[in-house]
Design a protein around this ligand. Structure first.
Ligand SMILES: Cc1ncc(COP(=O)(O)O)c(C=O)c1O
Length: 369
């Protein structure tokens, strides 16, 4: 398989663990194992006694049952647990796509959502978000990009990196277009349940029909990326079986301690989501004020969900700016060029508690840059 480097992951590999502030993290503030075990009486004892044999390849039944509760009309045997969302993306594409298939991908995007399809030899059309319209997507553009052999439409909402949340009528329209054209809709929903207004939450794609696959993960809304537990939920048996068969060649089954902890955390997921939304709300106030003070240097589109946004930097090249910032102030931002975006944007993360300190550092840096 020929696949280019994952630019964003290589950038994090270089900086993430040796800077003072990661101000572009995509996840929310994490917790310790001890915090999780404190959620239920006897949880620590049960964890210590948890069996370290191989686990069920699909994911343990009790974990899949807990995951299925996120959806309206999905049974545990329609949930397939993976090692992070990343494995799910990889296996979905390899199970469903073949060389020369046509795929439409919401862009900008987390690189693997387009790159894995390209590496299989698919023709990838980018369905581009419009900054001037709050990073919205054009439904007519989607319709125009559909071809007779379009096999999959890949969307991600709430969106990485813009924080865009598709309106419900458009989400249903995308689903209808996929269904009517016999196309599989792969919906990356890793930020679901992090909408700033609960009433804006979209249905999960998997609840809209057999043509759709929803992907979720413990990493973002719930702030537990170290568990490396992600999943897909779908009523499409062919997609499900194809992915399950491929998993034997990647991870076979998931980590037993992680499955235990993910199941425990999901029983309390509302607590995590609410706690992280409180952190996000506090941080957004800081960011709104910061961007208002520096309106001559940044264009800020306030996200509607999630823990990341994609502001535009004015007057200076974004790569130069991010490099100088990390070097002289120890604050990490992520230049949009790592998404192949050339609009001088950068990703900012606001799910971490130390954002006010990081912003203070950034502001100091601005005085001299
Ligand atoms: C939109 C999106 N999808 C998938 C992933 C992969 O998630 P994980 O790292 O938990 O495997 C990420 C991670 O940043 C993401 O932002």
């Amino acid at each position: 398989m020929q696949i280019p480097a994952f630019k964003l992951e290589r950038y994090f590999a270089e900086y993430e663990f040796n800077v003072d502030y990661v101000l572009c993290a995509s996840d929310c503030e994490s917790l310790t194992i001890q915090d999780l075990l404190a959620l239920e009486p006897n949880a620590a004892e049960r964890f210590h006694q948890h069996w370290l044999g191989y686990t069920e390849s699909l994911g343990s039944l009790s974990l899949r049952r807990e995951i299925s509760r996120l959806y309206c009309d999905v049974q545990p045997d329609q949930v397939l647990v993976h090692t992070g969302a990343e494995e799910a993306i990889f296996l979905f594409m390899h199970a469903v796509l073949k060389a020369k298939d046509h795929v439409v991908v919401h862009w900008p995007c987390y690189q693997s959502l387009a790159e894995v399809a390209r590496s299989i030899g698919c023709r990838v059309s980018l369905w581009k978000a419009h900054e001037g319209n709050g990073w919205a997507l054009g439904i007519d553009e989607l319709k125009q990009s559909i071809q007779s052999d379009t096999r999959a439409i890949i969307i991600n909402t709430p969106h990485n990196p813009t924080g865009y949340l598709m309106p419900s009528n458009e989400f249903h329209e995308v689903s209808r277009i996929a269904q009517e054209n016999g196309i599989i809709l792969f919906s990356d929903e890793v930020y679901r349940e992090s909408e700033f207004r609960e009433k804006d939450r979209l249905p999960a794609a998997c609840d809209l029909g057999e043509h759709a696959v929803s992907m979720g993960v413990m990493s973002k809304t719930y702030g537990l990326p170290g568990l490396r537990i992600g999943w897909i939920a779908t009523r499409n048996a062919e997609v499900y079986d194809g992915m399950a068969a491929l998993k034997d060649y990647t991870t076979i089954c998931n980590s037993a301690p992680s499955e235990f902890l993910a199941e425990l955390a999901l029983r309390h997921r509302k607590t995590f989501a609410e706690r992280n939304l409180r952190i996000i709300a506090g941080n957004l106030k800081v960011l709104d004020q910061f961007f208002a003070r520096h309106a001559d240097r940044f264009v800020w589109q306030r996200p509607q969900a999630g823990s990341i946004g994609f502001p535009r930097l004015l007057g200076v090249d974004v790569d130069t700016f991010c490099k100088a910032l990390v070097k002289s102030a120890g604050v990490l931002l992520l230049p949009g060029t790592l998404y192949d975006d050339h609009g001088n944007h950068f990703r900012i993360g606001f799910g971490r508690k130390n954002l006010p300190e990081a912003i203070a550092r950034l502001e100091q840096f601005l005085q001299q840059f």
